[in-house]
Design a protein around this ligand. Sequence first.
Ligand SMILES: [Zn+2]
Length: 219
Amino acid sequence: MEDHPTSHNQWLTLSLSLPSPFSPTHSSSLVMLSQHQELAQPSKLQAARRRAKKATKKTTKTATVPQPFPWATTKRTIVHTLEHLFANKIISISGTVECKACQKQYDMQFNLQEKFHEVERFILRKIQGMHDRAPHCWMNPALSKCGLCDNTMVPMMPKRKRNINWLFLFLGQMIGCCSHYQLKYFNSHQDIISTVAKNRLVYLVYLGLNKQLKPPFDL
Ligand SMILES: [Zn+2]
């Protein structure tokens, strides 16, 4: 067993370093240490098992999650198609924004059809010049003002990334408010290889959501 040389060395070092009043003979120090080792090993093993269990827990994710919104599916970062949403009479998408200064929160509603066409038209018109990067207006979203103090309001972000209101952010063209980490999370669930530049990540999220809402026809 490969552990032996190490344990033996440890034992040797420890037995020599023990102060003599507490170890009258070599044999007694040996007993003391071997007992100590016997006690120490299982706890080390338990700790290692706990660490392994924790690591497994972290990396193992369920395939589905509780549906965070009626317009979202049970798959992380995947929303329903427009066809499905209209068939289910979901015509308005809501979300919460918060004033950066006074923290007052507001519920906002977007008309799904109207806002989707606005974003889609923008993409169709500008995509050639985007060169796979989000334009300035996507990187710096035009945000609404707080009714109380006139400061800017930002979309509320949930603690858990799986509960991000992607469709609300898309329709309000507020994807640029997401952190680098949140954008990478979205893209990792679309099987997009990790990329660094934020304007590239934002661009990919817009195109990804556009495709989810209106998938291309497969003949
Ligand atoms: Zn305010």
